[in-house]
Design a protein around this ligand. Structure first.
Ligand code: MN
Ligand code: MN
Ligand code: ZN
Length: 290
């Protein structure tokens, strides 16, 4: 009985579709037994978005009450690159980010997870500075908004920034008012980037390093994915729990770590068989809770 109750109180869920209306994501999440969900608030591979109507937002907030899913995380679109050296893409990215924050604010979503950006050859330092500038601009444009932006750890594929903890620390350092900045720890990305959590010692060391460099108080969201590729491969390929290179022990430690008790833990594992795989991964995750 005790086990069941504890699992219920934890925030565990998955990335959910918004097909048929943003408010449906909560219904889909509830059907799966999620206590938290992540969504794109617009199409993730287009710049443009239809404006949210008052009906959309009202139905979203109503469905939140009805489903009891009070914890929702937003994720930004994939075209956005806040480190782009290409001026046209950069300007589009800023405008798109502004819309992302405004939409999250309208939906009362507390956290917006973003990919820091890819420097595309301009170099990591320059990329980091550009991302920080972007966030300064964004904070100014959205003064008074409650939405916190969470920088996601990356695998380090291509020229992406954020695969070392110190990249993220440097961005935070260069943002003037960084109270609204948080961290999203993606277990697949971070593992592929070279941070191990498979053994007790590795787990302890990784989070000690994170605390030393970024500070664990910044940690607001976990993305729970196993990794198809090896430690340090710098290849971003999500895998189902227990079928990847991380294995279950790392996730067991993470799920039972009291420091993360109130932090949403969200699956982004492949959706190849619709809900079947989500159900399986959620079941595995819940079974790890002591
Ligand atoms: Mn992401
Ligand atoms: Mn992720
Ligand atoms: Zn990924």
């Amino acid at each position: 009985m005790k086990k069941l109750k504890k699992a219920k109180n934890l925030l565990i869920g998955a990335h959910m579709s918004i097909s048929g209306g943003i408010f449906n994501s909560l219904i889909y999440g509830k059907e799966l037994g999620c206590t938290t969900i992540q969504i794109f608030t617009k199409s993730n591979n287009q710049w443009k978005a239809k404006e949210l109507t008052p009906e959309d937002t009202n139905r979203f907030l109503e469905n939140q009450k009805e489903t009891g899913i009070s914890s929702v995380v937003a994720h930004n679109g994939y075209l956005i690159n806040l480190a782009s050296p290409k001026e046209d893409i950069y300007q589009k990215s800023l405008e798109a980010m502004l819309i992302e924050v405004q939409r999250a604010e309208l939906l009362a979503i507390p956290y917006l997870v973003i990919h820091p950006g890819s420097h595309l050859g301009s170099g990591e330092e320059e990329g980091i500075t550009k991302i920080a500038h972007s966030l300064n601009w964004l904070h100014q444009k959205t003064e008074g908004c409650q939405v916190g932006i969470c920088l996601e750890t990356t695998a380090g594929q291509g020229s992406s920034i954020g695969y070392r903890f110190d990249h993220i620390a440097k961005i935070i350092d260069q943002v003037k008012d960084n109270r609204r900045l948080g961290l999203c720890y993606d277990t697949c990305h971070t593992f592929a980037a070279g941070y191990d959590i498979r053994t007790k010692k590795a787990y302890k060391d990784t989070f000690e390093e994170l605390d030393k460099i970024i500070g664990i108080k910044r940690l607001k969201v976990f993305h729970i994915n196993d990794s198809l590729k090896d430690l340090g491969s710098r290849v971003d390929r999500h895998q189902h729990l227990s079928e990847g290179k991380i294995g279950l022990e790392g996730f067991r430690m993470l799920m039972n770590d009291p420091r993360w008790e109130s932090i949403p833990k969200i699956l982004e594992t492949p959706k190849e068989e619709g809900n079947v795989k989500d159900r399986m991964n959620l079941k595995v995750l819940k079974s790890l809770i002591k």
